[in-house]
Design a protein around this ligand. Structure first.
Ligand code: PLP
Length: 393
């Protein structure tokens, strides 16, 4: 099997599994308990908090554990909207956010908030001047993702943070794809809230966090006990949190080396596809791009058929985000960067890890060449195109 779907999820690292195991077994105490079996769990949770905070240059007490990136995004947006309602009801976001943000914005619109969805350019970048122009006296929140999960484009988060700070507007960034992959510094970038998720950095699924800057008044998301400093009730997912901590520490340790390897593999794959597969287009920014992200549109074919045929050769990839694959709607991200419906349908996302090899990628390119040409042979659109090329019409 060749696994090229690391933006959907990553393999849990063996050292992460090992760190988690005691908390499924002998160290089962409730972290809220007074006796030492409980306090061992509490200590482990706080150690994980420290490791995660250091990835983004935050303070330990600014990290609040959640059940994943989706919950963190929901919390940030809904709580900011409600907590700052007296100040205004306008929110700014972009058209290429993950559904965890977009669908939450739709929900808030139904609750009486107004949302501006910013256009992005052909590479998926937000124009900061357009963002500035969208700010109104009643704008309470800007939410722009750190890096896009489909096309890998890295947004100008520092510039946006500076604008938000200057205007006294809250700034949230969904950093689920960037956390532990590229340097993120909430102080330098003026970020007020940041979402991350463990399973994108070789940690377990179903655990994530929201960073909330000290002093920010944000209502609790889940009501109940006093866990997470009264802001997110419920007995902690101790094994999951410990796994997230171990994954964060591992990601920090490996970030430079891993990033370098992935960039090299990414550029190798991009070059070879561009050289060997005709009528393709790279989606996303060529340089401001996540280390492992490759996203192409192939004209005249269906991404779904491509995925199935790649799967038959043991290659795992994706045609959109993990949550939208399975749906036949074209990706909202690809439409936002200006692709036509049929171009968006013929897209393929391959997200690499440092464990992939050039030999694997050679195999992938060979498979792609064969599959793309086979699918084009069956395409009436391609037939028309070839005829028109011949006749010059
Ligand atoms: N935000 C982005 C950018 C993502 O890529 C994802 C997952 O694909 C999420 C949010 C949701 O995270 P989770 O799967 O932890 O709920």
């Amino acid at each position: 099997m060749i696994y090229l779907d690391n933006a959907a999820t990553t393999k849990t690292a063996p050292e992460v599994v090992e760190a988690m195991l005691p908390y499924f077994g002998e160290a089962y105490g409730n972290p809220s308990a007074i006796y030492s079996l409980g306090s061992a769990g509490k200590k482990a949770v706080n150690e994980a908090r420290r490791a995660i905070a250091s990835v983004i240059n935050a303070r330990q007490e600014e990290i609040y554990f959640t059940a994943g990136g989706t919950e963190a995004d929901n919390w940030a947006l809904k709580a900011a909207a409600e907590s700052y309602r007296e100040k205004g009801r306008h929110i700014i976001t972009t058209k290429l956010e993950h559904h965890a943000v977009l669908h939450t914005c739709r929900y808030l619109e139904k609750k009486g908030y107004e949302v501006t969805y910013l256009d992005v350019d052909a590479d998926g970048l937000v124009d900061v001047d357009v963002l500035k122009a969208a700010i109104r006296p009643d704008t309470i929140l800007i939410s722009v993702m750190f890096a896009n999960n489909e096309i890998g484009t890295i947004e100008p988060v520092g510039e946006i943070g500076a604008i938000a700070r200057e205007r006294g507007i809250l700034f949230h960034t969904d950093a689920v794809q960037a956390f532990g992959q590229v340097p993120v510094d909430v102080e330098e970038l003026n970020v007020d809230m940041l979402s991350a998720s463990a399973h994108k950095v070789n940690g377990p699924k179903g655990v994530g966090m929201l960073y909330i800057r000290t002093g920010l008044k944000l209502r609790s998301f889940i009501h109940g006990g006093a866990q997470e400093r009264n802001r997110r009730a419920g007995t902690e997912n101790v094994p999951g949190i410990v796994g997230f901590g171990a994954a964060a520490a591992r990601a920090m340790r490996l970030m430079e080396d891993k990033g370098k390897k992935e960039r090299e593999l990414r550029d190798y794959l991009i070059q070879n596809i561009e050289k060997q597969v005709p009528y393709c287009r790279l989606n996303g920014h060529r340089e401001r791009r996540l280390p492992g992200n490759v996203n192409f549109s192939f004209r005249f074919i269906e991404g779904e058929s491509l995925l199935i045929m790649l799967d038959m050769k043991g290659i795992c990839a994706s045609s959109g985000s993990a949550c939208t694959s399975g749906s036949l709607d074209p990706s909202h991200v690809l439409l936002a960067i200006g692709l036509k419906h049929e171009e968006a349908h013929g897209s393929l996302r391959m997200t690499l890890s440092e464990e992939n090899t050039k030999e694997e990628l050679d195999e992938v390119v060979e498979a792609l060449k064969a599959i793309v040409s086979r699918l084009r042979e069956m395409s009436p659109l391609y037939e028309d195109f070839v005829k028109s090329q011949k006749t010059g019409k």
